[in-house]
Design a binder for this molecule. Structure first.
Ligand code: SF4
Ligand code: SF4
Length: 131
């Protein structure tokens, strides 16, 4: 569940402001989705994320996709329209995190998992998934 986010501004405006990307530059070729290394695990494919933002559909913030994105820049390098989807994903995560909503909570990770997980994985995930 995501927090109630103020909708005084449009999702499109907020995403463009935070990411610096021109969302309507996308011409829906799908090359970002085709090259995404974790695309098959996503509930919303990368090119569909752009479509939802274009449509001002806030439900994109409820997708697993924005948290699964590995910030690898593969989509950005493949995009023929110079849309940096990595920055768009980051902007969408920020919209959630700025509402004091953490995607992961250390209290919900078991002691066994904390012992087994590599510290670098924990640190990078807390950077990405907590505000
Ligand atoms: S930056 Fe994210 S969306 Fe883009 S290719 Fe990498 S994992 Fe996929
Ligand atoms: S590669 Fe670029 S232009 Fe093509 S769908 Fe993805 S964001 Fe849009």
């Amino acid at each position: 569940m995501i927090p109630k986010i103020s909708k005084e501004t449009t999702l499109l405006d907020k995403t463009e402001e935070l990411s610096g990307e021109k969302i309507f530059s996308c011409h829906k070729c799908g090359k970002c989705s085709a090259g995404c290394p974790v695309g098959t695990l996503m509930d919303v494919r990368p090119h569909q994320v752009i479509e939802l933002v274009q449509a001002n559909d806030w439900s994109v913030l409820e997708s697993r996709t924005i948290w699964l994105c590995a910030s690898c820049f593969q989509c950005a390098t493949r995009c023929p329209k110079d849309v940096d989807l990595t920055r768009v994903m980051e902007a969408l995560r920020l919209l959630v995190l700025r509402e004091n909503f953490d995607h992961i909570r250390i209290s919900e990770i078991s002691k066994e998992e904390l012992r087994e997980l590599p510290p670098v994985a924990l640190v990078s995930n807390f950077r990405k998934c907590t505000g």
